[in-house]
Design a protein around this ligand. Structure first.
Ligand SMILES: C[S@@+](CC[C@H](N)C(=O)[O-])C[C@H]1O[C@@H](n2cnc3c(N)ncnc32)[C@H](O)[C@@H]1O
Length: 250
């Protein structure tokens, strides 16, 4: 496996990928344009049309690099996804599924509305792709009734769970937890693993266009995929180097 980090803007990084690279699974966890203070390289308070252009240009760049049966995932607040979906579709993509990532949360309570505790995960494919590569049995969810005789028969056959629902109950990575990598907004290993295992094969290229903590790296490395990690922030490259260094020491 070979992993690479590209320290530049996502659009130019994807556009300038080596010509022989075909991406099987792409993941985008962009800044949410809510005024968050990332590095001085990122303006997280863009006029809406500029923000939409960033997402539009990202998918336009991906279009010729994504394999014919490949998948791209975008995670964001549901309201933002509702606005972004037509913009992405206009770049030649089709929504394969709208997935909800639900997470128990004790932050963000307000007297004005219900507490936000889920995000949308748009699963996108080429508009002419009838069926992307998909292996739901590779990352199942536990059986709810393991004592049910029919379920016991399945367990006796070696099955460990059932196909996952389109809502994924996965805890957020909390600061101070064992998984936390010292970055803001780190996406959980379990969530990346489900996308990667179910939509790509060993030896494929998987791409994370807003890599942050490089949370894609351990998933790709553990499961034999080649990771392409892109982020504007040079601090993100340090995370990449830490992961690469750990491997070289083994
Ligand atoms: C929400 S965070 C991603 C967190 C990451 N998914 C993780 O698990 O750690 C967004 C990231 O996008 C990066 N970023 C913002 N604009 C970018 C751009 N135009 N091109 C590449 N990276 C960008 C920021 O530096 C930040 O690290």
């Amino acid at each position: 496996m070979t992993h690479q980090f590209i320290n530049t803007d996502v659009v130019s990084a994807i556009t300038n990928l080596d010509s022989d690279i075909e991406v099987q699974t792409a993941f985008f966890d962009p800044p949410y344009n809510i005024g968050f203070r990332y590095s001085d390289k990122v303006n997280d308070n863009l006029p809406e049309h500029q923000y939409h252009k960033l997402i539009s240009d990202t998918f336009a760049a991906l279009k010729p690099r994504l394999s014919a049966n490949g998948s791209a995932f975008l995670v964001h607040y549901p309201e933002a996804c509702a606005r972004l979906l037509p913009i992405i579709e206009a770049q030649g993509f089709r929504l394969q599924q709208w997935i909800s990532w639900v997470y128990p949360s004790n932050i963000g309570h307000t007297k004005k509305r219900f507490t936000t505790a889920h995000r949308a995960l748009l699963w996108l494919v080429h508009e002419d792709c009838k069926q992307p590569l998909f292996y739901p049995e590779r990352d199942t969810q536990p059986y709810r009734n393991p004592k049910d005789p029919r379920v016991m028969t399945q367990i006796a056959k070696g099955k460990t769970g059932t196909h996952a629902y389109d809502w994924w109950n996965i805890n957020m990575v909390k600061a101070g937890s064992r998984e936390h990598n010292g970055w803001y907004n780190q996406i959980p290993y379990a969530l990346i693993k489900r996308m990667v295992l179910t939509t790509s094969e060993v030896g494929d290229y998987v791409l994370d266009g807003f890599a942050g903590s490089c949370s894609m790296w351990p998933v790709a490395n553990d499961h034999g995929r080649n990771a392409i990690l892109i982020d504007l922030d040079p601090e993100s490259e340090k995370k990449f180097q830490e992961f690469e260094g750990e491997t070289n020491e083994e």
